[in-house]
Design a protein around this ligand. Structure first.
Ligand code: NAP
Length: 298
């Protein structure tokens, strides 16, 4: 039971629903003016159950807001050259607005080569070097969905990062680095520290964070002693821990020990029900943007 002094939850369910509603009405307006619905093409290679579940979730979310989708499900043994051919076909297809290649790819395929091959104007994941470069320059086109979702969570909860000491644990290209760039923009004005597995005395950094973002992929490893009183805590981690009491035999937990940290924090995101839902919603926003950009190129 939460105590009255516990942190307020930042509820990803409510915030993501608001984003989906906005995207849905924008798409209704878009199609009512005689345009076709935005079209997202997903590419899934192999049969990783988590990837399959992610793609199914994305198809379902898209259908709910009026985005049309197709999924190219390729065999795990697909050659890199054949995958590149498919990406090039989708790049050239004028009916495709957004392309999403579900990661991770099988080991024999070089992910970077595939990411680089996606037409940057259709790169709704925002992973192409051109889109990452634009983000770093401060004029983003597609913002990767997870950091985009985190920024939206903050602004929709009236949390202004200006002047905050923001500490991000994790330096991946899809979360930590783009989020650091977003928090550094003149629209956010946080002072940013990015930590990683070689950081000396991690707790010394996290304990001075006004805004702490955990994106390391280590189950519940941020405990209350690592968090400043009154901090805003954003938990990006999604980790499976064994749990024989559940039907699946596991449950999902974040990187933050929620029960230990909640009494110290001012605001906190839960897992599940937090950043993951916003990530899904932001992909829809990027796909709408892709359709808009095709109709009126920059
Ligand atoms: P990643 O590519 O594996 O990066 C993890 C980062 O955390 C690396 O920079 C690593 O440092 C750092 N790290 C690992 N252990 C650490 C430790 N003990 N202390 C300090 N730093 C540590 O992971 P990712 O793709 O960014 O994902 C991170 C987590 O977020 C995962 O649980 C993933 O499932 C989850 N995720 C969630 C969403 C969502 O929508 N909620 C989206 C994407 C990812 P080094 O660089 O030194 O290795």
């Amino acid at each position: 039971m939460p105590d009255s002094s516990d942190a307020d939850l930042i509820d990803g369910r409510v915030l993501a629903q608001a984003v989906r509603d906005e995207v849905q009405s924008a798409i209704e307006e878009w199609t009512q003016s005689g345009r076709r619905a935005p079209f997202l093409s997903a590419v899934l290679v192999g049969d990783n159950p988590a990837s399959e579940a992610y793609v199914r979730g994305k198809e379902k979310d898209a259908a709910e807001v009026g985005i049309e989708t197709e999924t190219h499900h390729l065999d795990a043994a697909t050659l890199q050259g054949d995958l590149l051919d498919l990406v090039n076909e989708l790049n050239a297809d004028p009916s495709v607005d957004g392309i999403l290649v579900q990661l991770p790819l099988p080991d024999h395929i070089d992910e970077q080569t595939i990411i680089d091959a996606v037409d940057p104007s259709k790169d709704v994941d925002g992973f192409h070097p051109e889109n990452l470069g634009r983000l770093m320059r401060g004029s983003p086109r597609y913002i990767p969905a997870t950091p985009y979702g985190i920024m939206q969570m903050l602004s929709r909860c009236d949390i202004d990062p200006e002047g905050m000491d923001a500490v991000i644990v994790g330096r991946s290209n899809i979360v930590g680095k783009p989020l650091a760039n977003l928090l550094l923009r003149r629209t956010a004005n946080a002072t940013v520290t990015v930590c990683h597995s070689r950081t000396q005395d991690l707790a010394a950094h996290t304990r001075r964070a006004d805004l702490l973002v955990a994106a390391a992929g280590q189950a519940a490893f941020i405990d209350g002693g690592m968090v400043k009183e009154g901090a805003v805590v954003i938990d990006v981690g999604i980790n499976r821990v064994e749990d024989s009491s559940t039907e699946r035999g596991y449950r999902l937990v974040g990187d933050v020990d929620f029960d230990d940290v909640r009494p110290r924090a001012a605001r906190i995101t839960p897992v599940p029900g937090g950043v993951g839902l916003m990530t899904r919603a932001m992909l829809l926003k990027n796909t709408l943007k892709a359709a808009q950009l095709r109709a009126a190129p920059e």
